[in-house]
Design a protein around this ligand. Structure first.
Ligand code: CTP
Length: 411
């Protein structure tokens, strides 16, 4: 499956461009997110509208003047898990081999660290020309995966070698190149959003959490191949590959969390600490004057997860105002493996924005402030840390029996 994997599909100008539309369809059917970038000559064969309709995203066809993007090639290049050029003409292959970047397609390739898959399509003479042979060899030496063209009808009624590989074959190569994500086989629970505790059927006690950070973490974990359960109180979309449990109150969130036994629990939700003890069954009327509402503590969901056997790897969050001293204490006292703290009063780090400035705090008191970043980048960096901690855990668990000096119990 390609669920949540990000594919940049570059289309250059050849009659096989019509097959690129079919390839885009196959990729989206497998769950991939696809963004298409075209060259000017590709557009002579297939209209951008076709790709936009299949992928649900506008095609990038130029380097400058793209609506809503100042630097489309670097944005696409960084976004991609894999870049695929299909069809790749002789001219595009020549440009790629020489690192030229004068159009949106080749510039995206150069601006990406993602693996590159190239599916050539051209007339036999062009494919067999020494210059093309040399350019293809150079790409292969650079680590590019070239999906060799087959034999069959070519443009203009010709027949020979140079026909682009079938979309199904290209999809298989993409799956192979992407491999299994680093979190394949790992189950990740993420909580997100702010809970709402009813006062009466109309009113609630709530908080300003938008759920954006938690949702970004869930999406990133999915992209890395994890099985993701997202328990969310937020009204945000999530990818179909995520198992989502929608909740409203702390009690519902506790129940949903209790139903999952994950390897990793990332508790990003802003859970209400207090709730009205006896929510009114009917709307409280203003005529009876301001009510006094008795509050009680909500369950500490994080404490419940930390207390489990086996205990998952636990990442807690702490939204503070001002100093992070309290967060350092929480990291020590709550039994978490990591605490992500932020000062919500800082510009760009608070609720409902797409950026965050967090400090990672370890239970031994070490801390690392991260710069202001998009929440998606915070999610990626956090999951890098989680992967490291998971690796260390596996080593600790397996080392006694792996080490001949400390044999296991022999079972
Ligand atoms: N949390 C939880 N259940 C609660 C309250 C909080 O699971 N009832 C989790 C949050 O999801 C977060 C962590 O605990 O990961 C810390 O939340 P925070 O509100 O900062 O900590 P509190 O223990 O509530 O401390 P305080 O209210 O004193 O700041």
């Amino acid at each position: 499956m390609l669920t949540g994997r990000r594919v940049v599909l570059g289309v250059s100008g050849g009659v096989a461009a019509y097959k690129a539309a079919y390839l885009a369809r196959r990729l989206t059917e497998r769950g991939a997110e696809v963004r298409v970038v075209t060259t000017a000559s590709a557009r002579a064969f297939v209209g951008d509208q076709t790709f936009a309709a299949i992928t649900g995203h506008r095609v990038v066809d130029r380097l400058f003047g793209v609506e809503g993007s100042v630097s489309p090639h670097t944005e696409l290049g960084r976004w991609a898990d894999v870049v695929v050029i299909a069809p790749a003409t002789a001219a595009t292959i020549a440009r790629l081999a020489h690192g030229l970047s004068e159009d949106a397609l080749t510039a995206t390739v150069l601006a990406s660290r993602a693996p590159l898959v190239v599916a050539p399509a051209m007339h036999t003479e062009m494919w067999e020309h020494p210059a093309t042979r040399r350019n293809v060899r150079r790409l292969e030496e650079d680590g590019v995966r070239v999906v060799a063209p087959g034999e069959g009808p070519l443009a203009g009624g010709d027949v020979g070698v140079g026909r682009m590989a079938e979309p199904e074959e290209i999809v298989e190569v993409i799956c192979e190149v992407l491999g299994e994500g680093p979190l394949q086989g790992v189950s990740v629970l993420v909580t997100a959003g702010g809970t709402r505790e009813p006062i009466d059927p109309v009113r609630f006690l709530g908080n300003r959490s938008s759920g954006k950070m938690g949702h970004a973490i869930a999406e990133e974990a999915l992209r890395r191949g994890a099985r993701v359960v997202l328990v969310t109180a937020a009204d945000l979309a999530s990818s179909p590959g995520i198992e989502r449990i929608q909740v409203e109150t702390a009690a519902e969130m506790e129940q949903a969390v209790a139903s999952v036994q994950p390897d990793v629990a990332i508790l990003a939700a802003a859970v209400a600490d207090f709730r009205p003890k006896a929510p009114a069954a009917d709307k409280i009327s203003r005529t009876s004057g301001p009510p006094s509402i008795e509050l009680e503590a909500t369950p500490d969901i994080l404490a419940g997860v930390v207390g489990r056997t086996p205990r998952p790897l636990v990442v807690g969050f702490a939204a503070e105002t001002g100093s992070l001293d309290r967060a350092v204490r929480k990291a020590q006292e709550k039994g978490v493996d990591l605490l992500v703290a932020n000062d919500v009063t800082e510009p760009g780090a608070g609720f409902a924005v797409d950026t965050n400035r967090v400090t990672i705090i370890w239970p031994d008191g070490r801390s690392e402030p991260w710069p202001l970043m998009p929440k998606s980048a915070v999610a990626a960096r956090l999951l890098d840390l989680v992967e490291g901690l998971l690796g260390a855990r596996t080593e600790t668990v397996s080392s006694p029996s792996d080490d001949p000096a400390h044999p296991g119990d022999g079972r």
